[in-house]
Ligand binder design. Structure first.
Ligand code: GLC
Length: 677
């Protein structure tokens, strides 16, 4: 921010975040003119240097503790009903929060206050755009990332999710999700101090940084795990250890397998101590035992230390597994939610600017609960991935029939008003189809046969499939698998290139890619672009030449080509076209306040099985998205559009404009229709 003092009682400022000038007036004057909302927004920036009148920053902590302390105690008593030392653990957590608050740099405390006082929720803004990448594959290291800030800004990115940043074990480490030390970084990227510099530079550029916080497990090389393996019982109690196979044998049939092909079973033998340890993912990832409150306290301490380095969003990976109860499937348990409530309360007390994001890859019915469970006012994560919407989009693209997807999305409960979904077409993981199943037997629940069709389709194994992906983690003897591949390869670009010179096939693939960018941008959350998808990067078939990259998901974790950020350089015409169209889409979205995540989504049957329809608005519908998932033109009828938006309607989607009437859609066209005044 820059301040330019003027003669009158106002100051002209430059907002780095919005990249626009604005005027600040003395608070009294503004109140008289009833410009309170404006001053609140302006004070967000002024607060970076000025404490609020009548309230020192310290009282902010006390106020939050007063507001959230009782809830925190309640959630602890759900987790530890028989623990007679509950007050002691509560005090320990409060001390962790207080210490973190005391150590919190002034700029971050100011951010806390300003976000709290703002009358809008920062992560709900239509201006939000997420981008996720592996720093080494995107820009070599932290320094390289800083050099890429102009590229990210140009794209419109306001939230950057960096994968594989914290110090993971050497060799195979599940793409960085086997963490050895939560308070150091991968040395090849830079130090923790370099990370702090990066977060500050990013913030200055209007980009909030997001890191993964693997809270379900540590690497077997973590200090706690080493001590546990050496026989220290206190540390064995940080994990789930079993003296012999009897416990694991009883539990195993109740559990699902996440990596059945590469890491079968949920328990691993630890020779050093002659015991078995719970390992939901790879054998070198040991599940943490949150029944032991010392683990909870220590993990929160780690998280808050990272928050004090300027991390603004934490992706809580594998959230559905974090609480185990013997004799249950250990997924989505009530205590899982109580545990997340504790995380949320402590973070909100110490560092309220920070947001938690749930990675809850669960059945569609479960995901909304990660914002906060039914019947409880206690909050959990502010953000959550909508993996059901993601899978539904790919399902619709494969069949050209949107009805099952639309029915499912229509059936799911609304998210709470002060939260945001994170919508995405692709990420670093496979497309897991399980979320489309429904064990309660809803109409929309996909059959096993259909799920098997989907992974076959995206592996290019179905006659007429445009996709070039691969199956992931197929169970020996069973059909079901996930799908790997980049957005472009799965959407048909690779297959189109195989048919050299087939301009029509290439055009169709580009349209599919843009469709899967455009729909998430019209929904109630942050659209997230996965590294390379903005330039239609194809699969990386050399992924398994490195011993640590045998997991099939590396197929879509290729390196960004050098010079990708400059136009007219090594990119092909297709990459340039996708990037240019995407930029237009992003710019248009940022100008549409109706797309703020607080405005709920309502799915509507369009009367055409190929066209997904949903509208947005609070009291009244103001926006209608219609998306054609087929390769043929489609018509939804003038009447349908008029019924939702009235007679005067305009299409705000800047790409794929045709001269046809608004109720007609070209192949794979997505229209963003708004009421015209
Ligand atoms: C999350 C990550 C995934 C990883 C898993 C286990 O789901 O997204 O990549 O394999 O956690 O850590």
């Amino acid at each position: 921010m820059a301040l330019f003092p003027c003669r009158l009682n106002f100051i002209v400022c430059w907002s780095v975040r919005d990249r626009a000038p604005f005027v600040w007036l003395a608070e009294k004057t503004l109140k008289k003119w009833d410009l309170t909302p404006t001053i609140k927004r302006l004070s967000e920036i002024l607060l970076m240097t000025t404490p609020l009148e009548n309230e020192t920053l310290e009282t902010g902590f006390e106020r939050r503790l007063r507001q959230l302390g009782t809830d925190l105690k309640d959630s602890l008593s759900v987790l530890y009903p028989d623990n007679t030392d509950l007050q002691i653990w509560y005090d320990k957590l409060v001390n962790v929060a207080r210490r973190a608050f005391e150590e919190r740099p002034d700029t971050l405390r100011a951010l806390d206050e300003s976000r709290q006082r703002s009358n809008t929720t920062w992560f709900q803004s239509e201006k939000m755009l997420g981008y996720m990448c592996y720093p080494d594959r995107f820009a070599t290291d932290f320094r390289g990332l800083r050099a890429k800030i102009p590229y990210l800004q140009d794209l419109g990115v306001t939230y950057l999710h960096l994968l594989s940043v914290l110090k993971a074990r050497d060799g195979d480490n599940d793409g960085g999700f086997a963490i050895e030390d939560y308070l150091s970084t991968n040395a090849k990227l830079g130090t923790i101090d370099d990370l702090e510099t990066l977060t500050a530079d990013m913030r200055q550029a209007g980009i909030a940084l997001c890191l993964d916080f693997a809270l379900n497990h540590t690497a077997q090389e973590h200090d706690w795990a080493r001590r546990a393996a050496a026989g220290d019982e206190d540390y064995q109690n940080h994990y789930y250890f079993f003296p012999d196979r009897s416990g694991p044998d009883e539990q195993e049939p109740l559990l699902e397998q996440v990596f059945p092909a590469t890491a079968p079973g949920n328990f691993t033998y630890v020779e050093a101590c002659d015991k078995w340890v719970w390992t939901t993912f790879y054998p070198y990832q040991w599940d943490l035992n949150y029944h032991n409150p010392a683990v909870l306290v220590a993990m929160l301490e780690n998280l808050l230390k990272l928050a004090n380095k300027g991390v603004e969003i934490f992706r809580l990976d594998a959230a559905i597994y974090i609480w185990k109860e013997l004799g249950t499937p250990c997924r989505n348990l009530p205590q899982t939610h109580a545990l997340l409530q504790v995380f949320r309360a402590v973070v909100s007390i110490a560092a309220p600017a920070v947001a938690l994001k749930a990675e809850a890859v669960a059945g569609a019915r479960h995901i909304t609960k990660y914002f906060g469970t039914d019947g409880s006012h206690k909050k959990e994560c502010q953000l959550a991935y909508h993996n059901a919407a993601m899978a539904a989009l790919w399902d619709s693209l494969a069949t050209g029939d949107v009805r099952p997807a639309a029915e499912m999305l229509r059936d799911l409960p609304q998210k709470p008003g002060d939260t945001s979904w994170v919508y995405y077409a692709r990420c670093h993981d496979d497309i897991g189809w399980g979320t489309l199943r429904d064990r309660l037997g809803a109409n929309w629940g996909a059959s096993e046969e259909h799920l098997n069709f989907l992974w076959r389709f995206y592996a290019g194994e179905v006659e007429g499939s445009f996709a070039r992906g691969q199956r992931f983690q197929q169970m020996p003897g069973e059909a079901f698998a996930g799908s790997n591949g980049t957005l472009a390869s799965l959407a048909g670009l690779e297959a189109a290139f195989e048919k050299t010179g087939d301009a029509k096939a290439i055009d169709m693939a580009v349209k599919r890619i843009l469709l899967l960018h455009a729909v998430p941008m019209a929904l109630d959350g942050i659209p997230l672009i996965y590294m390379g998808d903005e330039i239609a990067l194809l699969n990386d078939y050399d992924y398994d030449t490195k011993p640590e990259n045998q997991d099939g998901r590396w197929l879509h974790r290729g390196k960004m080509p050098s010079g990708f950020e400059a136009s007219n350089t090594p990119q092909s015409a297709v990459a340039d076209r996708v990037l240019a169209e995407l930029r237009k889409l992003i710019a248009a979205r940022k100008l549409m306040p109706i797309l703020n995540a607080k405005n709920p989504v309502r799915y509507l049957p369009t009367g055409n099985k190929h066209v997904l329809g949903f509208c947005r608005g609070n009291d009244e519908e103001h926006f209608l998205c219609v998306a054609n998932f087929s390769e043929k033109p489609q018509d939804i009828g003038q009447e349908f559009v008029e019924k939702v938006l009235g007679k005067h309607v305009a299409d705000q989607n800047p790409i794929g404009h045709s001269t046809s009437p608004i109720w007609q859609l070209e192949p794979y066209q997505c229209r963003w229709l708004v009421k015209q005044r």
